[in-house]
Design a protein around this ligand. Sequence first.
Ligand code: ATP
Length: 732
Amino acid sequence: MTEITSNSSQGSDDGDNSRQWQESAIEIRDGCKSYGRGKNKTQVLNHIDLTVPVGAIYGLLGPSGCGKTTLLSTLVNSLSLDHGSVLICGYKPGTVEAAVPGHRVGFMPQELALMPALTINETLQYFGRIHSLGKEKTKERSEFLLKFLDLPNGVRLISQLSGGQQRRVSFAVALLHEPELLILDEPTVGVDPLLRTNIWEHLNKVSRTTNATIIITTHYIEEARQATRVGLMRRGHLLAEASPQNLMQHFANPSLEDVFLELCLRDGDLDPSAKQNSGFEKETDIEMQPSDAVMTRRQSQASTALVVRLNSSGHHSMLQEPTILNHIKKPWTATSKREKFLSGARISALIVKNIINLTRNVMFLLLAFALPAIQTVLFCVTIGGTPKNLHVAVTNLDNGINFDNVIPKLNYSINIADAYLNELNDEIIIQDAFDTFDAGFGAVEDGDAWGLLYFPENFTVAQIFPDAYNVSERQIHVYMDNTNQQISYTILLQFFAALQRLVVDFASNNFTDVSIVSPLKIEDPVYGSTNPTFTEFMAPGVILTLSYFMAMSLTSVAFVIEKKEGLYNRALVAGVNNLEIMLAHLVTQLAVLIIQVAIILVFMFAVFNIPCEGSMSLVILLSLLQGLCGMTFGYFISVSVEDEMTAFQAAMGVFYPILLLSGIVWPVQGMPIGLQYISYALPQTYACDSIRAILYRGWNLTYFDVYFGFIVTIIWMAIHVSGAALVLTIKH
Ligand SMILES: Nc1ncnc2c1ncn2[C@@H]1O[C@H](COP(=O)(O)OP(=O)(O)OP(=O)(O)O)[C@@H](O)[C@H]1O
């Protein structure tokens, strides 16, 4: 491949303005960018060189998929190049000096990037606040833009506008703060021809009067004649970069579209018949073939050298740049306005936007508050209640004893089996009597009873004269259907409790001769209630998981939707940083979280009377901290995934493991030792122990069991935030 270089140091016909020619607003040198890896790797930007002089209107033209949006994304720091450099007025995007992202740039992305729940006015006010425009200025600019862009009344919701109107609002957002650099990705799509003409006139005026630099992509190739310079792009590189007039003149062709086709033909890999099927609006969709030789323009920083690369057939072109910038009054200098890292104005703009969005979404709010209530009630009503009306077969062959015959003064007969059966709680156990052992056993075998209580004939007598009878005759024989562990435990617990009560009865009736003395005396508990329920065991975990997962789902979905709609990226380009976005979400969602936690706690403690021996303030604080921890986790998920479906799957994916591993459903001590280590590393295991200790032991923050739950929660918040920052860095 031959390469001819021609230096054109004068660059401009106007000697006074030659300096401005060297003041590039945007310079891309040898830019490469690819998506994917391995076999799926697609090179989108292919050693591209591009120069946009200060004050130019630069039309970036090329068929769909040639990499225009990717290129614009590198300008606003949404993407970084794999190789090569991008400079905005001499500085890398993302630096303080470039102020891009920031106030210097007005960005209209290809996607809508507007919040449907906001009105036009609220949208403009939101961006006005982000750019610290002030109320009056925002109002004045909004009125002008609404009129100029033929937009309806500013109180109309974005969601109620037509597609074209929505795009015009998006355009208005880019123009609102009169930025020095306008980056517009297809602003004229869906706009009628008259308004399109007006838009181009306006851009020319803006460029003329304010020295703004504009880079614009469009599918309507002919409208780019109004640009001061165009770059014809194909397969990730520029075929040519010059003023439209020069290009048409050079190729002796009256249409830019034909020039583009001509350039593609010179590339040697375009079928002339492709003219009918152009990637540009109406005419062409050029199915590009690989090319190794194209015409491009390299401009060194020191001169306006034109580089023409020739293909093997030896065609070449030399383009002399015309004077287009003689209106420029000043070269573009580094910004003097230093963006604050954390700006109150930007955070308040984000908070107001979040609040409006939240309050307009009534159904979402109702669900956000109804779900914790429904879940808490469901938990308290369904979990931990003692099973009732459990059928137990009873075969009582005990003949009892008449004490008259043994101890005359007692004048009393007794049947201990009957006495025992009377002690059974008849709300829980329904006794079905059977005459024979076989009949009773058969009832269990047939599934009609959960167990059989069998009393031998000499059961009572054998208690009183133990030496005269064998062990088997002294015992109540229990045959259980153990297929349902909880029911079996309930029944067995009732059997033991009845025995305990029987012993107390006998002792209080001074039947000292009846030697049924339990060796086990259960005293009043040190902590917890006399009859602890499973509800009490699970309640701490349920409070924490509800707080955590409610907050997590709210945050992850909110972020992902913003990201998907392009609003998140647009805010970043406007100079908002991730910390500000997170803080604003945190403030808004904290309000929702407080109400959610309040609902959960009211139902738990006021309605379902879960005991609380310790400080309710600590319980509230830990629940809120767990909610915040969930929020940060939601943030981590949202930066890691691209759509709501994946966010939802991720949320569900962690919900069950965390629930099961955190000792909420079953004590950690019952898990295999390896899992116990994992369990204690999770955000809710120690927190769960902590809240349990506060609730049932009444402990305070001086106890390790209590304060460590708080510490682990805070550590996890830090891990989530750092993880999100890492993902953002890697993705960038
Ligand atoms: N995130 C991504 N992952 C993988 N490929 C991508 C991604 N974004 C864009 N691409 C691919 O990169 C190529 C260039 O895309 P880009 O959006 O920059 O083109 P474009 O010139 O702006 O197209 P259009 O005019 O249709 O908007 C396309 O083939 C596209 O499929």
